[in-house]
Ligand binder design. Structure first.
Ligand SMILES: CC(C)(COP(=O)(O)OP(=O)(O)OC[C@H]1O[C@@H](n2cnc3c(N)ncnc32)[C@H](O)[C@@H]1OP(=O)(O)O)[C@@H](O)C(=O)NCCC(=O)NCCS
Length: 215
C-alpha cells in the first residue's frame, strides 16, 4: 500500500493534536497510511510555528492560496470551531480536495458505527453501536457517544463529554468538555453546550446553555 499524501489545517492546539492522531494511525499500521505533506494556517503564532518545525513538518503558509494552486490531495481540518471548520472544509472540497477520516487506534467502535469523510476521532473515544458521525465531526479524547446517536456535519464533542443514547446533535453544534447530554435529546444546529453542563432537555438551534441542569 502506498501512503496517501495528507495536508492538515491548523498549527494551534487541536491542529497539533490531529497530527498526533495521524502519527498514531501510522504507528499502528504495518505500513504508513498517511504521508504528511505539511501544515496550513492563516495566522500561526511563533510558538505554533516552532512546534510544527520541531516535529519536522513544513509549514505551508495560508490556506486559500495553497488550496487553489495544488492538485487534489487528502486534507484534514484541525480546527476546533465548527463554523470555521465548515468554511475551510467547503473551500477544500470546492477545489476538489478529498477529506481524510482519521481515527486513533485506541478508539472503540460498536457495530454499524459510521464515520463520514473528514471525521477526526481522538484517543480513548468510545463510539457505541449504530452511531452515525457526519462529515468533519470531531470527537475529542475520552468522549463517549451513546448508541443510536446521530451527529451532524461539523459537530465538535470536546474532551470527556458524554452523549447518551439516541441523541441528535445537529450540524455544527459544540458540546463542551466534560458535559453530559441525557438520552434522546436534540441539540440544535450551532448550539453550544458549556463545559461540565448536564443537558436535561432539548437545546434550541444557535443557543448557549451551561450549568447543571443546563439552561
Ligand atoms: C459556556 C461557554 C460557551 C460560555 O462562553 P462565554 O459566553 O464566552 O462566557 P463567559 O466566559 O463570558 O462567562 C459568562 C458567565 O458564564 C460563566 N460560565 C462560563 N462557562 C461556564 C460553564 N461551562 N459552566 C458554568 N458557568 C460558566 C462564567 O463564569 C461567567 O459567569 P459570571 O457572569 O457570573 O461571571 C464557555 O465558557 C464554555 O464552557 N465553552 C466550552 C469550552 C470547552 O469545552 N473547552 C474545552 C476545549 S478542549
Amino acid at each position: 500500500m502506498t501512503a496517501a499524501p495528507l495536508v492538515t489545517v491548523g498549527a494551534a492546539g487541536f491542529g497539533r493534536e490531529l497530527l498526533d492522531v495521524v502519527d498514531a494511525v501510522n504507528k499502528a499500521s504495518a505500513e504508513t497510511v498517511w504521508e504528511l505533506t505539511g501544515v496550513l494556517d492563516d495566522a500561526p503564532s511563533d510558538s505554533d510555528l516552532d512546534n510544527i518545525d520541531r516535529r519536522g513538518l513544513p509549514f505551508l503558509g495560508p490556506v486559500e492560496p495553497w488550496v487553489a494552486s495544488h492538485s487534489s490531495t487528502h486534507f484534514a481540518v484541525g480546527v476546533g470551531s465548527p463554523s470555521v471548520r465548515r468554511r475551510l472544509a467547503r473551500l477544500f472540497e470546492h477545489h476538489g480536495h478529498r477529506p481524510a477520516t482519521v481515527c486513533h487506534p485506541t478508539a472503540t467502535f460498536g457495530f454499524d458505527a459510521v464515520c463520514a469523510p473528514g471525521t477526526v476521532i481522538c484517543a480513548g473515544v468510545q463510539i457505541s453501536t449504530n452511531v452515525h458521525l457526519g462529515p468533519h465531526t470531531h470527537v475529542n479524547p475520552n468522549a463517549t457517544i451513546g448508541h443510536d446517536s446521530v451527529l451532524g456535519a461539523y459537530v465538535s464533542v470536546n474532551p470527556g463529554a458524554v452523549i447518551s443514547g439516541a441523541c441528535d446533535l445537529e450540524e455544527a453544534c459544540l458540546i463542551g468538555a466534560g458535559a453530559v447530554v441525557l438520552q434522546g435529546l436534540r441539540i440544535g444546529a450551532e448550539a453550544i453546550v458549556g463545559a461540565a453542563a448536564c443537558v436535561t432537555g432539548p437545546v434550541d438551534p444557535g443557543s448557549v446553555v451551561k450549568g447543571v441542569p443546563a439552561r
